[in-house]
Ligand binder design. Sequence first.
Ligand code: AR6
Length: 338
Amino acid sequence: MPLEIIRNDITQVHVDAIVNAANESLLGGGGVDGAIHRAAGPELLAECRTLGGCKVGAAKITKGYRLPAKYVIHTVGPVWRGGKSNEEQLLADCYRNSLALAREHDLESIAFPLISSGAFGYPKDKALKVAIAEIGDFLLQHELTVYLVVFDRASFTLSEKLFSSITEYIDDNYIDLHPIDDRNRRELVCMQEAAFYEKSMPQASMPAPEAPLKRKRKLADVMKQLEETFSQVLLRLIDEKGMSDAETYKKANIDRKLFSKIRNDIYYKPSKPTVLAFAIALRLNLDETRDLLRKAGFALSRSSKFDIIVQYFIEEGNYNIFEINEALFAFDQSLLGN
Ligand code: AR6
């Protein structure tokens, strides 16, 4: 998955580079900076002494020494002063300049902490937004695996407005299956199956009376589409939308390797998050999303928070996969992508 949000101690992450939320001296400090220096050993400080400090928003690279990561990219976030002192731009620069360094050094993976969101006081939800937007923009242009490391879930908050509107949507749509006894559950499954069959062949079972020629062609189309596999439907949709392969897999938060597997194997069986990721990349509406899921043997379920949250974003017309993953993470769900 090109962008993954994980909960971990960044000093433990096995990647080409971890990013340090440092200060302008680059000579160590508390928070993540202290943890990185402790884990890397005194050689890191010795190399940092040769760098001559670092400006806010800029980034410098050193070796990783005793860390599992090969490199440390040191960047200096802005101190939060209420939001009117160019903080957002400077924080965005931290991500952009760190990612540029990763590219210059041909790195394949990088892990970021939530820069400025500790001692420097940047509100965590705002800091997260900047991180996701900058990393997301970068990933639409370049190949890299990026981990956003969130230290403790308690520190992770979606903006209150988004959080409460998703919660409300879940409350309205979520069916908790547990209180339902077996008989009810069987009935529910039968109802879902009936709805499924009713929806799956509308043109074939209920032809419009007034257009025999058109009806015939439509039926042929339906039959042809029934025979298509997930992989074939996906490639057809990409063509129909006028998108390129790269644009599609990047917007789906899917890496190139997985995409070429799907492209080369017409019988490829994707996971549900992968199918939904493509539905988002292709900006499918809910019905189209259901059709694509069905091709891979899945359906949207009202007893899955994961499904309901994705459905919320589709209904809102928000197809930004990184923002959707931010919400899924906040609600403790698995993320979209491979
Ligand atoms: N792994 C991942 N994230 C961590 C870890 C860790 N081991 N430790 C803390 N965090 P901060 P800043 C999270 O204060 O706000 C230093 O003294 C933490 O929960 O480390 O940019 C420097 O020398 C928070 O969300 O960095 C500077 O003087 C995030 O990392 C100053 O602090 C950033 O918190 C920089 O302040």
